[in-house]
Design a protein around this ligand. Structure first.
Ligand code: ITT
Length: 199
């Protein structure tokens, strides 16, 4: 079976990725499982650039097909913050309960219609022959007034889906994957790879 290395150090992302790409006829490995250790500087200015940087650098080290995810939360009232800095917002080691509370504090008094936000996910693929591809998936929602739910990770407890009346941390992993930014981007990437006969 072909191998596919996913260039992420985020275990929660990796769980979602394995669930979504699970039925593909490839063996999906995390960097750790592939025995690759690297700390890549994400110095691009868009999600797409950062995903491509991660995929290409790990592809050079691995010598085989690599996929990478760069994702984050864009809050319209905060001009798109934390955006590509979502993991680094308030420091990588700061807990998400503190980050989530801080974002809700910055939106104190802001009415529902101005609390719009989206999760964005760029997925890049890089091949040893130099070819690369990148796709984007999004999910629209709003920032809530309290943390709700224990599933998911990161900013999920404050990201609400108004039409469902729940946060993405209240969804099961199947429900989240079927509508999420990462699910949407991974399904696009899967179609692209199948169409290009790269799997
Ligand atoms: P890798 O670079 O190793 O993949 P990372 O966690 O540093 O891991 P990113 O740079 O892509 O990944 O940052 C993504 C951050 O955006 C992530 O740490 C969360 O804070 C947030 N995020 C992305 N997808 C999310 C999701 O589905 N639910 C909640 N928060 C999410």
């Amino acid at each position: 079976m072909k191998r596919l290395i996913f260039a992420t150090g985020n275990v929660n992302k990796m769980l979602e990725i394995k669930e979504i790409l699970g039925e593909l006829p490839v063996e999906i490995l995390s960097m750790k499982e592939a025995g690759i250790e690297a700390d890549i500087e994400e110095n691009g200015s868009t999600f797409e650039e950062n995903a491509l940087i991660k995929a290409k650098e790990i592809c050079k080290l691995a010598g085989e097909m690599v996929l990478a995810d760069d994702s984050g939360l864009e809050i319209d009232y905060l001009n798109g913050e934390p955006g590509i800095y979502s993991a680094r917002y308030m420091g990588e080691d700061t807990s998400y309960s503190i980050k989530n509370k801080n974002l809700m504090d910055r939106l104190a008094g802001v009415p529902d219609e101005q609390r719009t936000a989206r999760f964005v996910c760029a997925i890049a693929a890089a091949f040893p022959d130099g070819r690369s591809f990148v796709v984007r998936g999004t999910i629209e929602g709003m920032i809530g007034y309290e943390e709700r739910g224990k599933n998911g990770f990161g900013y999920d407890p404050i990201f609400y889906l108004p039409e469902k009346g729940v946060s993405t941390a209240e969804l099961s992993s199947e429900e989240k994957n079927s509508i999420s930014h990462r699910g949407n981007a991974l399904r696009k990437m899967r179609e692209l790879l199948e169409h290009e006969e790269l799997l």
